[in-house]
Design a protein around this ligand. Structure first.
Ligand SMILES: Cc1cc2nc3c(=O)[nH]c(=O)nc-3n(C[C@H](O)[C@H](O)[C@H](O)COP(=O)(O)OP(=O)(O)OC[C@H]3O[C@@H](n4cnc5c(N)ncnc54)[C@H](O)[C@@H]3O)c2cc1C
Length: 391
């Protein structure tokens, strides 16, 4: 354990900032966390009960170091599991119809788990060369569930193939839902940070970096660029329309549908957690990637049509509804020629560290936030032992 004296400042109180604050405080370093918003949690926040709808983030994957970090601290306990009956509502939209299984071409391609894909080539070119146009398109649209991109085929083949294997691979499913959702996890993290003595200031936007001690910047890239005085801090991310709806439950409603036609996704979150909507109701989030140049209203229309197919008559049964657009908020995507190592660096020099889901750390979406925060904290606590005043 490092027993550092220089105080560590964390800017941003989302998943990354809370991870950094906890990891730093665990070493004995004094830590102050500043969050611009009135409440902690960032993009992990959810609406208050009775309808607990998330900005987006719902799931964790249990096969990475980020999950171990959360699990070791008891943040991801109390998991919810779908009832077997709910799995009857699983499906794939192909050619405008929902079917039980994905096309055989996709299953065959998925089974080639020993294959490695090139970093330098786009996924569509690589996959269509092996399995044909249709399978390449189906796979890209299926994995849009985690890219939120209308043209996942343009991304690096290695990046997309890796995601396909993690999400649809032959290993036992690693997806996990915590009862109460991400808000519960973030509340536990905030409580732990306070217990460890982290000074937490909310409603406290930071406009300039403090002069003393290491600083971990855990904001979105635009905010970080302003704080670091860097103009071109950017990376590719997704763009999608979102629809949260609660409806009075009806037999035959679809619970999970991957949209191999347009890259949409539909999931019931009450199938594994009945605490997030009133009894007798089901809460869903549907997503539809926005096409290049497409007006948001049109993407929302496509999303609505998708909902019509999966939850017939939903507009007559709806009890809660909200729409949103997530642009640049769904985690880093790597284009051909790029890997996670090419993203904006964590160590900015001079005791300043950049963390979040768009920086140079492995994983997908929120995992990048946790992995980068743990890596930055290791560097910052080391620096805290020797850095008093930055030059
Ligand atoms: C639709 C959608 C679905 C998603 N699904 C998943 C999922 O299922 N699983 C998953 O792992 N991830 C998912 N994600 C991604 C996940 O939500 C994010 O990766 C994660 O929440 C990012 O956390 P963060 O702390 O890096 O950033 P944020 O949550 O954005 O936190 C940054 C914080 O910094 C604060 N801030 C900004 N500027 C300042 C400033 N100047 N001073 C002080 N504070 C400041 C902000 O207010 C904010 O609270 C999804 C995202 C979306 C949008």
């Amino acid at each position: 354990m490092t027993n550092s004296s220089a105080s560590i400042t964390v800017v941003g109180g989302g998943l990354a900032g809370l991870t950094a604050a906890i990891a730093a405080a665990e070493t004995g370093a004094p830590v102050t966390l500043h969050e611009a918003h009135r409440t902690l949690g960032g993009r992990g926040r959810a609406t208050p009960p009775p309808y607990v709808a998330h900005d987006g983030a719902h799931v964790f994957y249990a096969d990475g170091p980020d999950y171990r970090w959360l699990a070791e601290r008891g943040f991801v306990k109390g998991l919810g599991w779908p009832a077997p009956a709910a799995l009857a509502g699983l499906g794939f939209r192909v050619g405008g119809r929902v079917r039980r299984l994905p096309p055989i071409g996709m299953l065959r391609a998925q089974a080639r788990f020993r294959l490695t894909a090139p970093v330098d080539q786009d996924f569509h070119t690589w996959a269509s060369g092996r399995w044909g146009e249709a399978t390449a398109r189906h796979m890209a649209n299926a994995i849009s569930v985690v890219t939120y991109d209308a043209d996942t085929g343009r991304l690096s083949a290695a990046f997309v193939w890796d995601l396909c294997q993690r999400v649809f691979g032959l290993r036992p499913p690693a997806v996990r839902w915590v009862r109460g959702g991400w808000q519960t996890v973030l509340d536990r993290m905030a409580a732990r940070a306070a217990e460890l003595g982290v000074r937490i200031e909310t409603g406290a936007r930071v406009d300039a970096l403090p002069e003393n001690g290491p600083v971990i910047v855990a904001t979105d890239l635009a905010s970080a660029g302003r704080l670091l005085g860097v103009d071109d801090l950017s990376w590719t991310s997704g763009h999608c329309a979102l629809l949260d709806i609660a409806v009075r439950s009806r037999r035959g409603d679809r619970t999970v549908v991957f949209d191999l036609d347009e890259g949409g996704f539909h999931e019931s979150y009450t199938m594994q957690d009945d605490s997030i909507a009133p009894a007798g109701e089901s809460l869903y989030q549907l997503q539809m990637p926005v096409r290049s140049g497409e007006p948001h209203a049109q993407a929302h229309q496509r999303l609505s049509a998708f909902a019509d197919l999966l939850l017939p008559g939903w507009t007559d049964r709806v009890t809660f509804q909200r729409t949103a657009v997530a642009k640049g908020r769904t985690g880093a995507l790597d284009l051909p020629g790029q890997t996670w190592r090419d993203r904006p660096a964590i160590d900015r020099g001079d005791g300043v560290y950049l963390v979040g889901d768009m920086v140079a750390a492995p994983g997908m979406r929120g995992e990048i936030s946790i992995n980068s925060a743990v890596a930055a904290t290791r560097l910052a606590t080391r620096a805290a032992g020797r850095v008093g005043q930055r030059s």
